[in-house]
Design a protein around this ligand. Structure first.
Ligand code: SF4
Length: 235
């Protein structure tokens, strides 16, 4: 059994939602927000891998990676596109002041959790002048987390576990780069609690393998399937 962070998160939110998405193959249609976020992630990946770091290359990457689905109409799409160009232009200015070296882009890791495997992809890994590793995750929503939220974020902690156990690089800093808000929030990584996270990932993988898909209705209000799920309490 192989489990990614997304699968782990969805199973923890509601096992029945996991079944709808990953067993039955239900799809969640792209929205303007998700399409915009995906386009920015793909553009940044292409640009960082490309080896030419000027602004024109970044905007070209956006052009080639822009997804056109999810928008209400062309004018809505143009609005989001302008927002993306503005965000990446500002991102590029901030980037010029960074002293760290990028050592991984969309870097995949795999590590064992009991008899299962955990797999994931880290947006970016930088190495500072002192040799320390920094995990960077791009966020494209309007919010900016606090440093305490970054330190406790389960996704960042899952990635830190993956960097350490899968790629044998010890993380020192966790950073959420809020590309649209233009803020970068970092927290020192504290590895205490890694064993309980690994145990929880293993328990989720075992539950999936055993096809234990009990609905968790406390999550219905925020669920994409709330309108037609048989167990929904938020129809
Ligand atoms: S609507 Fe509720 S019970 Fe149904 S999948 Fe979503 S969270 Fe689970």
């Amino acid at each position: 059994m192989e489990i990614s962070y997304t699968r782990y998160r969805v199973y923890r939110e509601c096992p029945w939602k996991y079944k709808l998405l990953f067993v039955d193959g239900r799809k969640i249609p792209l929205t303007a927000k998700s399409s915009f976020g995906l386009s920015l992630h793909r553009a940044l990946e292409k640009w960082l891998r490309g080896g030419t770091f000027d602004l024109d290359s970044l905007l070209d990457a956006l052009d080639s990676q822009w997804l056109r689905s999810g928008y209400a109409d062309e004018s809505d799409e143009n609005k989001w596109r302008t927002k993306a160009e503005r965000a990446l232009t500002r991102f590029h200015q901030d980037e010029e002041s960074r002293r760290a070296r990028t050592v991984g882009v969309e870097k995949e890791f795999v590590f064992p959790v009991g008899t299962h495997q955990a797999r994931g992809m880290i947006d970016r890994i930088d190495q500072g002048p002192d040799g320390a590793y920094e995990i960077i995750d791009y966020k494209t929503g309007p919010g900016v987390p606090t440093a305490a939220q970054v330190a406790a974020d389960p996704q960042m902690r899952f990635y830190a576990l993956g960097l350490s156990r899968g790629l044998h690089m010890e993380p020192s800093t966790l950073t959420v780069d809020c590309v649209v808000a233009g803020a970068r929030v970092s927290a020192a990584y504290d590895p205490s609690g890694v064993d309980s996270l690994a145990a929880d990932v293993r328990a989720a993988a075992s539950g999936i393998e055993a096809a234990v898909f009990e609905p968790n209705t406390s999550f219905c209000q925020r669920c994409d399937f709330r309108k037609d799920c048989a167990y929904s309490v938020a129809k």
